[in-house]
Design a protein around this ligand. Structure first.
Ligand SMILES: [Zn+2]
Length: 489
């Protein structure tokens, strides 16, 4: 019976040690929190300063607020969003414009249709959702620019592209999208989701950044932030989900004639559209021109210094700080206007009251950066940084190896809880250990209980046997105790 007891105990210890060992080989689920990246298109950095935004304020109290964030140049939607999810400047990720174009055929596709031009997006860089999936995580994207494309044959595990004529401002739809994303996290067990809202960009364009309509739309954004955080709480995700809210650019009020002298290329002496093979003009403040063979200098000289608010650069002379030169898709001549001005072609055909696409040094182009969640410090406002660094931060939060990129984790490390990588991994392991210790205590208690039961029954049986042997001897019978009964233990 002592032998049996020892073997039983050793089985218990073996079980306990197995339980201890198994989860240690995969500590990642203990260390890694989920991540939600949200973009509110065209949310200028100071949009919360002339509107009551209780929910954005509460989020800043509970987490991180950067004074502002600097988007990449060119500060338009697709290029800037692709910087967020690749960590590369526009010249390095290749999505150099909202519009796909072909300089030979003259074809152009608008923003929405360009979403479906696979090769426009898939040209050497992969968004973070692909990188995450390649490293064993599950990722999704809802309406985020770049969602429709496949990258080297891969797509987000769950993705949704908005229909062609989508109302980007419908608040009910926004809440349905939030609910869907929360399902992706809790039911589908995704680790990362990129979520896009088309406002307050549309309202900022239409009515201008200083309009009451824009202020109302910022209130809607704020309500949505409150809704997101309440749903996160209801789903018990608060301690397991990091949330980053940022955007692609700001917005600037457009001035019109006769208040200002507008920039209209056809009116510039010595300039002729006949000298161009291809062009993108009438698209906010930035233009790309491809002069006909041998006419580059003629076009350049005509445009250079033609208007005090117009900057004209040969591609290779673009200021390095703009990181918008070293890509074969960027055309030989690049023009951009100062804030307040757009570049018109033949005649003014742009009637937006607000525009973006300006120099990313301009304060009107700055956007927001907010973050909240278990990995972020609380109630901290930090110095401005470039959105090109958000990618490295996200990779760190997801505990994945980033692709080569232009950003650096060092820029945002001060917003993270002060634990080092190892320490936080250790504390997570110790959480695992805590759980395992309880499991171990439970197993030991059960084993102990079994041992006690075993001892009682053995003692009882031995005692009974002795009594019966004693009785048998007395009765002259040699009754044998059946061995099978003992072997049951
Ligand atoms: Zn945008």
């Amino acid at each position: 019976s002592v032998l049996i007891m020892v073997s039983m105990l050793s089985v218990c210890f073996l079980l306990a040690s197995l339980a201890l060992r198994a989860p240690l080989s995969s500590t990642a689920p203990c260390c890694r929190n989920k991540l939600l990246l949200i973009s509110f298109d065209g949310f200028r950095w100071d949009y919360d300063q002339d509107v009551d935004t209780p929910n954005l304020d509460a989020m800043a109290q509970d987490g991180i607020k950067a004074t502002y964030a600097t988007p990449p140049f060119i500060s338009i939607t697709s290029p800037s969003h692709f910087t967020l999810i690749t960590g590369k400047y526009v010249e390095n990720h290749g999505v150099i414009h909202n519009m796909w174009f072909n300089t030979t055929t003259g074809e152009k596709k608008p923003y929405y249709m360009t979403q479906f031009v696979n090769e426009w997006w898939d040209n050497g860089s992969v968004p973070i959702w692909i990188t995450a999936q390649r490293q064993g995580l599950k990722a999704g994207s809802l309406h985020f620019p770049g969602t429709a494309a496949t990258y080297q044959g891969e797509k987000a595990h769950l993705s949704e592209v908005e229909p062609r004529f989508y109302d980007y401002s419908n608040e009910t739809q926004w809440r349905e999208n939030v609910d869907k994303v929360m399902d992706w996290f809790t039911v589908q067990h995704l680790d990362f989701v990129a979520l896009y809202f088309g406002e307050p960009d549309s309202t900022g364009h239409k009515y201008g950044p200083d309009s009451p309509q824009r202020r109302n739309m910022v209130k809607q954004v704020d309500r949505t932030v409150g809704y997101i955080r309440s749903v996160v709480d209801q789903r018990s995700l608060t301690d397991h989900l990091n949330i980053i809210i940022t955007a692609d650019h700001g917005m600037s009020t457009v001035h019109r004639a006769p208040v200002v002298q507008e920039i209209t290329l056809s009116k510039i002496p010595g300039f002729s559209f006949k000298d161009l093979q291809f062009h993108i003009v009438d698209y906010g403040p930035a233009s790309l021109l491809l002069p006909k063979e041998g006419l580059l200098d003629k076009v350049y000289n005509a445009l250079k210094n033609a208007h005090p608010k117009l900057h004209v650069y040969k591609k290779e002379e673009m200021p390095r700080r703009l990181h918008y030169s070293k890509n074969s898709r960027i055309l030989p001549l690049f023009l951009y206007a100062d804030p307040g001005y757009v570049i018109n072609g033949l005649i003014p055909v742009q009637f937006n009251n607000g525009e973006h696409g300006f120099d990313n040094d301009a304060m009107d182009m700055k956007t927001i950066f907010r973050a909240v969640g278990p990995d972020f410090k609380k109630n901290l406002e930090v110095e401005p940084f470039e959105t090109v660094h958000v990618y490295a931060l996200m990779c760190h939060l997801l505990r994945i190896q980033p692709e080569p990129n232009d950003g650096s984790l060092e820029v945002t490390r001060n917003i993270l809880q002060t634990k080092t990588n190892e320490e936080s991994a250790c504390s997570s392991i110790s959480i695992c250990f805590g759980v395992l210790t309880q499991v171990f205590i439970g197993l030991t208690a059960a084993a102990g209980f079994l041992v006690v039961v075993f001892v009682i029954i053995t003692v009882h049986t031995v005692h009974k046997r002795r009594k019966s042997q004693h009785r048998s001897k007395k009765n002259g019978l040699d009754e044998k105790c059946p061995k099978t009964k003992q072997s049951r233990f």
